[in-house]
Design a protein around this ligand. Structure first.
Ligand code: NAI
Ligand SMILES: C[C@H](O)[C@@H]1OC(=O)[C@H](O)[C@@H]1O
Length: 251
């Protein structure tokens, strides 16, 4: 299938986990994909793996919490592919800590990556898409945490609540340019982000027990929704969150 043929997509935080699965799937759907993350070697490695299976990919390291790095990511993408049509603001970090213990530096770091990074990557994406005059797709990675509280994740859930309203405000302003802005609300996905937490006795079993679908999500479970939100099939969908969570939010 090549539902994204002729499109260029930036996926932030795509050296592993959910972002990597989306980058690989986008390339299989024919998009030129920019693989990005803080580790330059991993960016090159994932891009090379995509090229090996016949896709088109470029690795560009970028710490999304740094404005200059964001601009470098977009400049490099434009140099190589000439256009930006799809941006997935996926890069994110989490630290599990009780609200009464978490320190300011940790909170600042999480907010800088998850909120500042999503905000200013989205801003540059919007500016380029407006300049190009062909519309575009911006997809922000959110979570069930934008909707439900989770103990020990206040510092993180706050960012997903912020991304929820950021997505709505952006969608309102950018609809006139035919730029769709949506979020994906991921449930509990089995990636590195929470392995430390799931290593605690009984935690994994207890988490799975609460998920109606009976298992945690895999990164690949997010890819189909990411394709839909990047494709013209979703042209009348904007300002909303699509939950991919095995039914967790329904509880
Ligand atoms: N795994 C889960 O259960 C859920 C994850 N999410 C969200 O999905 C997104 C991806 O998370 P996962 O794949 O699970 O985690 P992960 O830890 O496997 O991947 C995170 C990615 O973000 C990149 N990253 C981290 N800091 C960065 C920075 N400063 N600049 C650029 N890239 C940076 C990492 O290099 C990595 O590629 C995050 O936004 C996370 O909040 C949302 C809901 C559930
Ligand atoms: C980091 C958590 O394990 C993960 O992140 C989320 O957004 C989900 O709520 C999961 O709990």
């Amino acid at each position: 299938m090549s539902r994204l043929a002729g499109k260029t997509a930036i996926v932030t935080g795509s050296t592993r986990g959910i972002g990597k699965a989306i980058a690989i799937r986008y390339a299989r759907e024919g998009a030129n994909v920019v693989v990005s993350g803080t580790n330059a070697a991993l960016c090159a490695e994932v891009a090379e793996a995509i090229r090996k299976e016949g896709g088109t990919a470029l690795g560009v390291p970028c710490d999304i919490s740094e404005l200059e790095a964001i601009h470098h990511l977009y400049d490099r993408t434009l140099d190589v592919f000439g256009e930006i049509n799809i941006v997935v603001n996926n890069a994110g970090i989490a630290v599990f800590k009780p609200f009464v213990e978490v320190d300011p530096e940790t909170v600042r770091r999480i907010w800088n990556v998850n909120l500042f990074g999503t905000f200013f990557s989205g801003q540059r994406a919007a500016r380029e898409m407006i300049r190009q005059g062909k519309g575009g797709k911006i997809i922000n990675m959110s979570s069930i945490s934008e909707e439900v509280g989770t103990a020990n994740l206040t510092q993180y859930a706050t960012t997903k609540g912020g991304i929820k309203i950021m997505t709505k405000c952006m969608a309102l302003e950018l609809a006139q340019y035919r730029i769709n802005v949506n979020a994906i609300g991921a449930g509990v996905i089995d990636t590195d982000i929470s392995q430390e937490e799931f290593a605690k006795p009984g935690m994994r079993e207890e988490t799975v027990r609460r998920i109606p679908w009976g298992r945690m999500g895999a990164s690949e479970d997010l890819a189909g929704t990411a394709v839909f939100l990047a494709h013209e099939d979703s042209d009348y969908v904007t300002g909303t969150t699509v939950f991919v969570d095995g039914g967790l939010i329904a509880m």
